[in-house]
Design a protein around this ligand. Structure first.
Ligand code: PCA
Length: 191
């Protein structure tokens, strides 16, 4: 049976976050085999336009059937499973390339909001049952993560696409626990 590709991405640093845990988190799964699936990983620059180009290049090369993006959300204490992305750019700080759009669309002419086809509440329930604080989120922000999610929902909306915001590494959330949570998300996606 041919191997099926899942693309898992994290982000590099951006103003205010010098060490983005999602880079290490994504790379921890590099090459992981999950049943018939192979996990391919990438660390995206936290710069919205280069992130889009990098996802497009990897997707063109791999033709992943599932795309999962990870980003860190400094204010959160639970995993935030994002249901939707807004077609809006409103950066409260510059991105890693110094771009700071305060208005405008991610994709001109596209709908105002795009939603994942995945059953996010079911996934959240699975995580909660495993003792992992998680919540359904309808707001992925207006920054690089939201733009990346919107671009992927727009370009690859015919397949499962998911964005997961994770809390920063802390005593409650050591990297190993974040890794466990991401592993559960991937297991659910390929089940
Ligand atoms: N978090 C930022 C961008 C990159 C990241 O890890 C966000 O939530 O938009």
């Amino acid at each position: 049976m041919p191997e099926r590709a899942l693309l898992l991405t994290g982000f590099g640093p951006f103003p205010g976050v010098v060490d983005n845990p999602t880079a290490r988190l994504a790379l921890a799964f590099a090459g992981r085999q999950l049943g018939a699936w192979r996990v391919h990983t990438d660390v995206l620059p936290a710069a919205w336009q280069r992130a889009r180009a990098q996802v497009q290049a990897r997707a063109a090369a791999l033709n992943p059937e599932i795309l999962v993006h990870l980003g860190v959300a400094s204010e959160t204490v639970a995993l935030r499973l994002e249901v939707q992305a807004a077609n809006a750019l409103q950066f409260r700080v510059a991105d890693a390339d110094g771009a700071q759009p305060l208005e405008g669309a991610v994709v001109a002419g596209a709908p105002a909001v795009l939603q994942t086809a995945l059953d996010v509440p079911s996934l959240v329930a699975v995580l909660q049952r495993a003792g992992l604080p998680a919540e359904v989120s309808h707001d992925a922000g207006r920054y690089v993560c939201n733009a990346t999610y919107f671009n992927s929902l727009h370009a690859y909306g015919d397949r499962p696409v998911l964005f997961v915001h994770v809390p920063p590494v802390s005593a409650a959330w050591p990297l190993a626990r974040l890794e466990l949570a991401v592993g559960q998300v991937l297991d659910w996606l390929v089940a």
